[in-house]
Design a protein around this ligand. Sequence first.
Ligand code: PXG
Length: 448
Amino acid sequence: MTAHTKPPIPQAQIPNDLDAYWMPFTPNKRFKAEPRFVDRAEGMYYFTPDGRKLLDGASGLWCVSAGHCHPRIVEAIQRQAGELGYATNFNMGHPKAFEFASRLASLLPGDIDHVFFTNSGSESADTALKIALAYHRARGNSSKTRLIGREKGYHGVGFGGISVGGIVSNRKQFGTLLAGVDHLPHTHDLARNAFSRGQPEHGAELADALEGLVALHDASTIAAVIVEPVAGSAGVLPPPKGYLERLRAICDKHDILLIFDEVITGFGRLGASFAGEKFGVLPDIMGMAKGLTNASVPMGAVGVRGHVYDTLMGDEDLGVELFHGYTYSGHPLACAAGLATLDVYRDEGLFERSAELSPLFEDLIHSLKDARHVIDVRNMGLMAGVEMASRPGAPGARGQEVFKRMYDLGVLGRVTGDTIAFSPAFIAQPAQLETMVAAARQAMSEVD
Ligand code: PXG
């Protein structure tokens, strides 16, 4: 699929009223003083109302992995909207929810064979945590209620997710959060690991902090540990070699469930179907969203292993096994979009293409090692973070300016603090990857 094949839609008006809409995770006043709009997208590109073309180096927000407005996905959604636009899955069913769950289960690692549908990554994180608590309770271990997250972790914005999450700005406005939560240390270590390609050498021992938390709280109080296999929002932090294996072993030793939040890492982003497969470490529960439907319809999912599902189903019929669910769990449009997305991933070999592109992407992104301000480059599959030194007294300012300069140059990246992140769609052409990296280099050279 190439850009320019769709006729431009008539230019959308920039809305007159920018006041009513309270924008998420955005400095509203600043944006409204200097708005940026897109009103059309195709493949690797966004288009602005005034006709500019922007190369999307971020797949939207790490989510449009097969490229924007993929015709097969668009068609599936259109067809479904005219056939069955909504049906509840509470005590009723529609075929596509079951079909999608089984297609998905066949793709998930190991015996992660059961799927609970949500509508976002945040809901997937909270759902995963609730399943972990219910699991221990069902086994008679009601004291196992403590949840362990990690510093710098991002698990969405529900109360569960921000409680186990480790990004201070997402937590500090919201009071005391969930009780009984603790955190592992993060693995960001420039002194030992700067400019590592892929997994860094140092830091597996940081997983041993879980033993420290067991010593502090006792295993009988700990339900689950949740981590992103590769931290995304914090600026792309691949796991140190051996780290996830160690976490898995300590969880096994103490009957603690291991939850992988694969909202970003799932569906080919790492050049394998999932992080669990890539790293050879199987979690008990995994959260998904984003690439699940190529972000075309909001949807999330939680996959669980057989022992978790079987425990919660129990042997006897006692009625509802898990008092949890959303009006839109397994929404027909999302299921249709998800099924079409899995078809596209398979038929276009997109996970393989992600793997094929990864070495070139790694070389290109590491060529920024000598770009101005750069103090680290990190990458895994088709995700990468390029960290710049912060301006003294103004963390994040340089990142924002570089991001804006890149936007003016026609390339959309992501910025978190002073790290510029890239997560291109798997359909990217080598020349487009080069353009992204060249724009970053130029923007960095022009911003003080
Ligand atoms: N878990 C992870 C690992 C995520 O990356 C969520 C959960 C929450 O998903 P929802 O669908 O509820 O937003 C995410 C979302 C960024 C950025 O700039 C990343 C996300 C969201 C917003 C911004 O890196 N990831």
